[in-house]
Ligand binder design. Structure first.
Ligand SMILES: NC(=O)c1ccc[n+]([C@@H]2O[C@H](COP(=O)([O-])OP(=O)(O)OC[C@H]3O[C@@H](n4cnc5c(N)ncnc54)[C@H](O)[C@@H]3O)[C@@H](O)[C@H]2O)c1
Length: 257
């Protein structure tokens, strides 16, 4: 039996947001209800003919949507994730926000009470399903990210290791750059047991993530390299994001579990 298409509220209309808006609109798999952008931005092309536009997430909260997709900045999640989950499901890309213990606890409490779901998209990497399923077996998880100093928000000529510590601390220091560490930590053994390393290479055009996992009888080494699109996202992020949103809203066909 067919349901009406899900209604989606979109927060953020940059690289990921625009890809999701385009895919949802062109495929008709769901309907975009509203888009929230930062103040001072021009209205996104999709606005009009039934799509509302806001520059403050607070103004959009009362609209009845099934799913809010956040692709903005971690601060938006810190401020609005519990309120969003009171009313709808949430798929959030700015994963470093979850390193805040109080926010994670609030989100877990509201999802428990309301039954709404908070989706952790795999984003720039692969294998969150395996980490989550194997979480009780894992002894060590280490994530190493290699990027140019410029894309890390450091001097362009920064070279060598620039951070070594817990994923929680990495998220605090590099909130725009280590979503991969946050996602691995949340899916796996947590922000305090996941080891993070960040390495700067001057002029590096790609973003490289290496995830080394070990436990009794298992050893995984996952490497992902993606060309930077110039901002915080790599070339794979738009396809990954649209795939995640499609999996969340699809109600038919063959599904990956
Ligand atoms: N999970 C992952 O693996 C992964 C991968 C890539 C990017 N990301 C994260 O996803 C988010 C979006 O990435 P992107 O490449 O599309 O970023 P982007 O910089 O291209 O776009 C961000 C958009 O956020 C919006 N925005 C900023 N502040 C806002 C506010 N206060 N309220 C509402 N909207 C606001 C703006 O519209 C802007 O266009 C970032 O936080 C990024 O770090 C996560």
């Amino acid at each position: 039996m067919r349901r009406d298409p899900s209604r989606i509220g979109m927060i953020g209309a940059g690289t990921i947001g625009q890809a999701v808006i385009r895919d949802v609109t062109e495929s008709g798999i769901a309907a975009i209800d509203y888009i929230v952008t930062a103040r001072g931005e021009r209205p996104p092309a999709a606005v009009g003919s039934g799509v509302a536009w806001f520059t403050d997430p607070q103004e959009a909260l009362s609209r009845p949507v099934d799913l809010v997709v956040e692709a903005a900045v971690p601060d938006v999640l810190s401020r609005f994730a519990p309120a969003i989950l009171e009313r709808s499901d949430l798929c959030a890309f700015s994963c470093t926000a979850w390193a805040d213990r109080a926010l994670e606890a609030a989100v877990r409490a509201v999802t428990e009470r309301t039954g709404h779901r908070c989706y952790l998209p795999h984003g720039a990497i692969l294998g969150l399903d395996g980490l989550s399923d194997g979480r009780d077996l894992l002894e060590s998880v280490r994530v190493t990210t290699t990027k140019s100093g410029r894309s890390l928000g450091l001097d362009a000529d920064a070279a060598g290791p620039v951070f070594e510590g817990t994923a929680r601390e990495a998220c605090r220091r590099f909130p725009r750059n280590v979503n991969v560490h946050a996602a691995v930590a949340l899916a796996g053994i947590g922000f305090d047991r996941t080891a993070s390393r960040i390495v700067a290479v001057p002029g590096l055009a790609s973003m490289e993530h290496r995830i080394e996992v070990s436990g009794p009888g298992l050893a995984w080494d996952i490497g992902v390299t993606s060309r930077s699109l110039g901002g915080v996202s790599g070339a794979y992020a738009p396809a990954s994001a649209t795939g995640s949103v499609r999996r969340i809203v699809a109600d038919r066909g063959v599904a990956i579990a």
